[in-house]
Design a protein around this ligand. Structure first.
Ligand SMILES: O=C(O)CCC(=O)C(=O)O
Length: 264
C-alpha cells in the first residue's frame, strides 16, 4: 500500500505519535505570532472582543461563586471556547498552514474539519487542575475516535505551572468507561504506565490523540500558563445521532480539503 506523502513531520515523528498518542513539535510559531496570539487572548478574556459571546468565557469556580475577587477579569478566567468559530484572528491560528500540515500528517488525511477549540488560561496561583481524561469521552458522538488536538503554548508551560501530562500508549486501550478510569489511574506512574510531562516553550505545540489519557495539575506558581487547544477531525468522520448527551457544538468548520455529504 502506498504511504501518504508527509507534509511536515518525519516518518519517525508519525511513528512516535502512533505509539505514544502524543507528540511535541518545537517552535511551530515564531515569536511575533506568539506575541500576537497572547495579546489577542487577553483581549478576549477581558471581554473586549465584540464577536466573542459572553458564553465563551468561563471563570474559575472561586471567582464564579464569589469566594475570591480580582481587579482584572483576565486573571479570573479558567477557559475560553469556540473562539475560532466567531473570531477571524483565532480562525487564522486554527488554519495556520504549518499546524494543519502536521494535523494532516497525523490524521493521514487532507480532508479536515475543526471539532472545536478551548483556551486554557491556568492563571497563576488560582488555575485549577484538569483531571485525567480522554477527550473522546466527551466527544462520544464522533467516529472514528481519532481526533487530534494541537495544544499551543502561549506562555512557557512547565511542570511547576501545570503543563500537560500524558500516559503514553493509553490511546491504544480504546475508550476507558466509568469506573475503569479510576482503576487505570491507580496504575499510572508505574514502570509499565509512566506519566510523561510535556513542558513547552511559547510557540511550541503538543499534538494528542483523543483517546490518550492526559491531565494537568493546578498552577500554584506565580507564572500563568495559557495554552490554546484546537481539536481537529477527519471531514469524513461520522456523527452518531443516537448519542444525545454529547456536547452541542456549533457547525463544524472546514479547515482543509473536501467535505462529505452525510458526514460531520
Ligand atoms: O490545558 C489544560 O490544562 C488541559 C488541556 C486538555 O485537556 C486538552 O487540550 O485536551
Amino acid at each position: 500500500m502506498a504511504t501518504a506523502r508527509l507534509r511536515f513531520l518525519s516518518e519517525e515523528q508519525v511513528r512516535q505519535f502512533k505509539l505514544n498518542g502524543f507528540l511535541t513539535v518545537e517552535d511551530v510559531l515564531c515569536a511575533e505570532e506568539v506575541a500576537a496570539l497572547a495579546a489577542h487572548t487577553d483581549l478576549i478574556a477581558a471581554g473586549k472582543v465584540e464577536q466573542i459571546p459572553e458564553t465563551s468565557i468561563q471563570l474559575e469556580k472561586v471567582f464564579r461563586e464569589g469566594e475570591r475577587e480580582v481587579a482584572d477579569q483576565v486573571l479570573a478566567v479558567r477557559k475560553l471556547y469556540d473562539l475560532a468559530v466567531y473570531d477571524e484572528f483565532m480562525w487564522g491560528h486554527a488554519t495556520h498552514r504549518r499546524i494543519v500540515d502536521i494535523i494532516a500528517d497525523l490524521l493521514g488525511s487532507d480532508d479536515i474539519k475543526m471539532y472545536g477549540d478551548q483556551l486554557f488560561m491556568k492563571a497563576a496561583v488560582t488555575g485549577t487542575a484538569q483531571p485525567w481524561h480522554q477527550d473522546s469521552a466527551s466527544w462520544r458522538d464522533i467516529f472514528p475516535m481519532d481526533l487530534v488536538t494541537a495544544w499551543t503554548a502561549i506562555d512557557q508551560a512547565t511542570v511547576e505551572n501545570g503543563c500537560l501530562n500524558f500516559a503514553p500508549g493509553t490511546h491504544r486501550w480504546g475508550m476507558v468507561r466509568g469506573e475503569q478510569l479510576s482503576w487505570f489511574v491507580e496504575d499510572l506512574g508505574s514502570e509499565q504506565w509512566p506519566i510523561v510531562p510535556a513542558p513547552l516553550k511559547p510557540g511550541s505545540i503538543s499534538f494528542h490523540h483523543s483517546l490518550v489519557l492526559h491531565q494537568s495539575n493546578a498552577n500554584l506558581s506565580g507564572q500563568r500558563r495559557r495554552g490554546y487547544a484546537v481539536h481537529y477531525m477527519r471531514a469524513a468522520s461520522q456523527r452518531d445521532m443516537s448519542v444525545t448527551d454529547a456536547p452541542k457544538m456549533p457547525r463544524f468548520k472546514q479547515v482543509r480539503g473536501r467535505s462529505f455529504a452525510g458526514r460531520v
